[in-house]
Design a protein around this ligand. Structure first.
Ligand code: NAD
Ligand code: GLY
Length: 353
């Protein structure tokens, strides 16, 4: 088992190891006095892993109240969030009890926001089951739900008390979800540098899950510890996301997050090369890696639609926008540009072609 300590919030451990799912209860209750656990999961994950996790919590002495919602981004909304809060209240959870997320980023983001706001903050454990959630969303304390006009528009920074990652659960992950997770890993590699980039170029991620998860969690740890509240360095983790989020909005969230990030990363890499930031050979290496993992590379929406969706993003301020631009593999910069200039970046990234 590997343990990575995150110094954010009250501090917590990310524990990674095959077979840990069966110990999720014992491990969570070692860091919490919870007597009751609201287990938030979706209707695909719960039938696969719910029983094992419920047993682990019950054996460790807690009462478990399952809350199962229909899978997918469409559930990450006010209605489901409200139902989670009502379920917590109905079960008479107290602030010393716990909400545990068993699932992907949707379960984690939504359960985390419920934990942050139920009685102004109750215990919270992350038990991620998608590759994307293992390497990214379960760590760092960003929690949120989507509103009708935007993704992650209501949320809170709220760190979990523990993150328990069992890579064995990834065996049941559909191919498309594997690829979605790989998109965020490729993003991480472009930010981090040659070591991770070459590691995943030479050997498929699925042949080295535990290593890659530990590498990515430790990479994210540095950004979260330095900038927990996303005011500076952490913004770089949004590489590929400005255009990626716009793609998600334009598709009415039918394009999954990972696919959108891949296309967004491809576009910003093309634009960075065309606008003189990135060597064309490095841009091509990024595109080749995205292609090798079977991820989308093109922008299929109209330039104007992407512009409007990106311009409305919550990360903008006033008339400016922030774009994370690769200058080399392992060297990305935050550029603040006048909003209108984003048209140029979209065109250079291949929009409308
Ligand atoms: P998801 O939670 O919808 O999971 C994707 C699909 O995989 C779902 O259908 C789910 O039922 C299924 N699934 C999950 N685990 C499985 C398993 N082990 N076996 C079989 N099927 C399984 O989506 P996601 O890609 O995990 O997360 C995307 C969400 O995460 C988005 O809402 C995004 O905004 C958010 N996100 C948050 C952060 C953050 O820092 N908080 C970072 C990145 C993404
Ligand atoms: N996923 C981006 C962040 O956690 O900041």
């Amino acid at each position: 088992m590997r343990t990575i300590k995150i110094r954010a919030g009250k501090g917590y451990e990310v524990q990674i190891g095959a077979g840990l799912l069966a110990q999720a209860g014992e491990k969570s209750l070692a860091v919490s006095k919870a007597k009751k656990v609201l287990l938030v999961s979706d209707d695909i994950v719960y039938p696969l892993y719910g029983e094992k996790v419920v047993k682990s919590f019950t054996d460790a002495g807690a009462e478990v109240i399952p809350f199962v919602f229909p899978h997918g981004e469409a559930s990450k909304n006010l209605e489901t969030y409200g139902q989670i809060l009502e379920a917590a209240c109905e079960a008479r959870l107290t602030r010393s009890d716990m909400i545990a997320a068993l699932g992907g980023g949707v379960a984690g983001d939504m359960a985390g926001f419920a934990a942050a706001t139920y009685q102004r903050g109750t215990g919270f454990a992350q038990i991620p089951t998608t590759l994307l959630a293992c390497i990214d969303s379960s760590v760092g304390g960003k929690t949120a739900i989507d509103l009708k006009n935007g993704k992650n528009q209501a949320g809170a920074f709220y760190q979990p008390q523990i993150v328990i990652i069992d890579p064995e659960v990834l065996e049941t992950l559909p191919e498309i979800e594997y690829r979605n997770g790989c998109a965020e890993i490729i993003k991480t590699a472009v930010l981090d540098g040659e070591e991770l980039f070459e590691k995943i170029r030479k050997t498929p991620v699925r042949e080295q899950y535990e290593d890659i998860i530990a590498y990515c969690v430790d990479f994210k740890r540095k950004y979260v510890e330095e900038d927990e509240f996303d005011l500076g360095l952490r913004m770089k983790l949004n590489l590929g996301h400005t255009i990626g989020h716009a793609i998600e909005v334009c598709s009415d969230y039918t394009v999954p997050h990972g696919q959108a990030v891949a296309a967004g990363l491809a576009a910003i890499s093309r634009a960075a090369a065309e606008l003189g930031y990135l060597a064309p050979a490095d841009s091509q290496r990024i595109l080749d890696l995205i292609e090798a993992y079977g991820l989308p590379m093109t922008l299929d929406d109209a330039e104007e639609d992407l512009f409007n969706a990106a311009a409305a993003d919550k990360k903008n301020s006033g008339d400016t926008m922030r774009v994370i631009v690769p200058k080399a593999i392992g060297d990305c910069v935050i550029e603040t540009i006048p909003r209108e200039q984003f048209h140029k970046w979209l065109s250079a990234g291949g929009a409308g072609k």
